[in-house]
Design a protein around this ligand. Structure first.
Ligand code: GUN
Ligand code: ZN
Length: 438
């Protein structure tokens, strides 16, 4: 039985601050203690209260000045796009053709896939991200590479082979049948192996034939515990093209719903241009949205209306995604900062609690994982990010004048990045420790 105790300030959201009053949602303990046993949090509370209970020989790590939080949960990210992050001058459809598809075509090569997968997992951990929902390429080898890399540090990862049989380069397309067969083989190989969760991944309606969407729906019917990820309504030209390709459907959301791809197991990236009618279908079916602000700014897709989506009657469950490589940072702190700015442009100011919620418990809820990750609590995975609110000279100066926890947390998410991650734990094991030698 492995045992470890972490001491430091602890901060966690326990319920949704968009729907409940702020004081009910966050739990902060200025001198806290997290007791870890077999990869799970066995107890959490004030150090003064737990000190008596700690076994005499327990390993205790103290992080004075740091804030221990649940590891971040990235609800939408593409690992084969790491190398094309920051590619210039194109909006979605041109960006896909010019940069994304050529990069993804390289993932038929297992060596390349393994090299990028290892980099990608390490980069997540350097940023305090302990779970993610990951798009691979259309090559099954790309899925093997990412799950093998995730398993080396026992990370809870969702990932799937992109299904894409139409309107894409010949070296990337599959067929409806081969995508079904390959996905099924990957489900058998990876789903629920350790903490790996296979995720059915039709890229989006523009690159899937009706036959392929039909078979994606068949997989979802055959396996009740699978999740599904895709994209919707990110860019106006994309929305128009979806209507051209599926003229018999009432709207973009209806395309996915028609093929059985809209329920509480599904998460769709973006959803910027969804109509009231479509948002209602999301609400009624329980389908989820991954909000990806750095990507939406960078590719010029539009301004997601988080207040309307989360708070309007009826609300939709929303998580936060980096969407690398359309997105511009692995850092969920930077992603929260851009979500704040986007909301400002929509006329609302997200609170610190709402922002940290989106990056942790909110994403976990949107991915159907809120019973195991996204918060600090007994029985939850010991997936923990250790944040240093004084990581840089600027942060230190800012922290000195912060008059409340909320002020400190807010300035941290606006100004910080990977430099503020002092350490990352996955299933109770230290997987990343910041080098402070220089
Ligand atoms: N829509 C379909 N594929 C993609 C992708 O790879 N990235 C983004 N941002 N949008 C998409
Ligand atoms: Zn995406």
């Amino acid at each position: 039985m492995t045992e470890l105790a972490l001491r430091g300030a602890t901060y966690t959201l326990v319920t949704d601050p968009f729907l409940n009053s702020a004081s009910d949602c966050a739990v902060y303990e200025p001198d806290g203690c997290i007791l870890i046993r077999d990869g799970l949090i066995s107890e959490i509370g004030a150090y003064a209260a737990l000190r008596e209970k700690l076994p005499a020989d327990i390993k205790l790590r103290h992080y004075p000045g740091a804030i221990l939080m649940p590891g971040f949960v990235d609800a939408h990210i593409h690992y084969p796009q790491v190398e094309i992050i920051g590619s210039y001058g194109a909006q979605l459809l041109e960006w896909l053709n010019k940069y994304t598809f050529p990069a993804e075509a390289r993932f038929v090569d297992g060596d390349h896939a393994r090299r990028i997968a290892d980099f990608f997992i390490a980069e997540l951990q350097r940023n305090g991200t302990t779970s993610a929902s990951v798009f691979c390429s259309s090559a099954p080898a790309s899925v093997d590479a990412i799950f093998e890399a995730a398993r080396r540090s026992n990370m809870l990862l969702l990932a799937g082979k992109i299904m894409m049989d139409s309107h894409a380069p010949a070296n990337l397309v599959d067929t409806a049948q081969s995508s079904y067969d390959d996905s099924k083989a990957l489900i058998k190989r990876w789903h629920k192996r350790g903490r790996c969760l296979y995720t059915v991944t039709p890229r989006f309606a523009l690159t899937s034939s009706p036959a392929q969407l039909e078979l994606a729906g068949a997989l979802m019917r055959e396996y009740s515990d699978l999740r599904l990820q895709s994209h919707i309504s990110e860019n106006r030209a994309e929305v128009a093209r979806a209507a051209e390709l599926y003229p018999q459907r009432a709207h973009y959301t209806d395309i996915y719903e028609h093929y059985g791809l809209l329920d509480e197991r599904a998460i769709y990236g973006h959803g910027i241009h969804l109509s009231e009618d479509e948002l209602r279908r999301f609400h009624e079916t329980g389908a989820n949205i991954a909000h990806c602000p750095t990507s939406n700014f960078f590719i010029g897709s539009g301004l997601f209306d988080i207040a309307k989506t989360k708070k309007a009657a009826p609300p939709v469950t929303v998580g936060l995604g980096s969407d690398v490589g359309g997105g511009t940072s692995f850092s969920m702190l930077q992603t929260m900062s851009e979500a704040y700015k986007m909301a400002q442009l929509r006329g609302i100011s997200l609170t610190a609690a709402q922002s940290y919620y989106l990056a942790t418990l909110g994403s976990a809820e949107a991915l159907g994982l809120a019973d195991r990750v996204g918060r600090l609590g007994a029985g939850y995975a010991a997936d923990i990010a250790v944040l240093d609110p004084r990581a840089t000279p600027l942060l230190e100066l800012r922290a000195d004048v912060a008059e409340s926890l909320d002020e400190l947390l807010f300035a941290l998410m606006i100004c910080a990045d990977d430099r503020a991650i002092a350490a990352t734990y996955v299933a109770g094991e230290l997987v990343y420790k910041r080098d402070v030698s220089n």
